[in-house]
Design a protein around this ligand. Structure first.
Ligand SMILES: *[C@@H]1O[C@H](CO)[C@@H](O)[C@H](O)[C@H]1NC(C)=O
Ligand SMILES: *[C@@H]1O[C@H](CO)[C@@H](O)[C@H](O)[C@H]1NC(C)=O
Ligand SMILES: *[C@@H]1O[C@H](CO)[C@@H](O)[C@H](O)[C@H]1NC(C)=O
Length: 277
């Protein structure tokens, strides 16, 4: 009932105003995003469907969201740099705009690799300047062959990272037990394609092959909305059993680094949230 009403209201608004961003039919990608750097290396296709970032020896490029958010569900489809993408990093992340020492951030960084070797999806969470919460994943598909949907759901309860709708990481709000959690600063979304050959690929051993430049990554179908709206409400409070099962599958099979398990690094014991349910 409610959704039938809202989709009809939406269609009516679209007719009246020529715009309608709520719901599955995403508008132009530059309704919500703007290219902010790269001196022409970032661009939006004339039909507004695809935002392309490119990287050459001189520069990478990037975009940001026009809006800022205090809790949001953000989805974007990305097709990553194909073939030998070693040294390149393609990103999609939330970051707050206040002072750096207390900044909040939720990161998705796709670390490129030599041809035929898997990309690494590097994730991290910063809250009030407290970072070092890295978890890394390989993907269960070739992320360069087609567009796939990458999502960050940021609510009062948790931060969820989803790949094609499958949750791969949950960072719960344990602020009541002293674990910093992003909940008071607005954040903006950013995306970029840049070179990090010193560390990105196999720890910096595999360098960027500049003879293959320019490197290109494509983004489309960007949506971001407050988690209160219907589309953004998926797993808003907590994940159901099916989602838990899906996340377990992803983590058992595709997680390649977990800060909570890095006993060398945290010789005094893992950060407190690692042992909280
Ligand atoms: C665009 O994104 C929305 C929300 O993530 C999704 O429901 C829809 O299927 C996507 N459209 C296409 C063409 O993939
Ligand atoms: C968070 O970071 C600040 C600044 O580096 C530090 O003083 C504080 O102890 C950290 N808090 C926790 C809970 O780790
Ligand atoms: C690149 O491929 C190697 C070999 O398969 C793998 O160990 C590594 O995790 C991949 N990703 C990066 C970013 O090096």
């Amino acid at each position: 009932m409610a959704s039938a009403f809202s989709s009809r209201a939406c269609a009516l608004l679209a007719l009246l105003l020529g715009l309608c961003t709520a719901g599955a039919a995403a508008g132009r990608v530059d309704d919500g995003l703007e290219v902010t750097w790269g001196d022409g290396r970032g661009s939006v296709s004339p039909d507004g469907q695809v935002l392309t970032l490119s990287l050459d020896r001189t520069s990478g490029s990037g975009f940001r969201s026009k809006d800022t958010y205090l809790f949001a569900r953000a989805d974007v489809q990305i097709k990553l740099v194909p073939d030998n993408s070693a040294g390149t990093v393609t990103t999609f992340y939330f970051i707050s705009e206040g002072p750096w020492d207390v900044h909040d951030e939720v990161d998705l960084e796709f670390l490129g690799n030599a041809s035929g070797q898997p990309y690494t999806l590097h994730t991290n969470v910063y809250a009030s300047g407290n970072g070092s919460r890295e978890q890394q994943f390989h993907l269960w598909f070739d992320p360069t062959a087609d567009f796939h949907t990458y999502s960050i759901q940021w609510t009062q309860q948790h931060i969820l990272v989803l790949v094609d709708g499958t949750p791969i990481r949950e960072f719960k709000n344990h602020a009541d037990r002293g674990v910093p959690y992003p909940s008071s600063q607005r954040m903006r979304l950013y995306g970029s394609l840049w070179d990090a050959e010193d560390w990105a690929t196999q720890g910096g051993r595999v360098k960027t092959d500049w003879s293959r430049a320019p490197f290109v990554a494509q983004y489309r179908n960007f949506t971001a909305a407050p988690p209160a709206t219907a589309a953004a409400g998926q797993y808003g409070q907590q994940m159901d059993a099916e989602a838990q099962q899906a996340m377990k599958w992803a983590r058992d099979n595709y997680m390649v680094y977990d800060y909570c398990a890095d006993t060398k690094r945290f010789s005094q014991g893992a950060p407190p949230e690692c042992s909280m349910a």
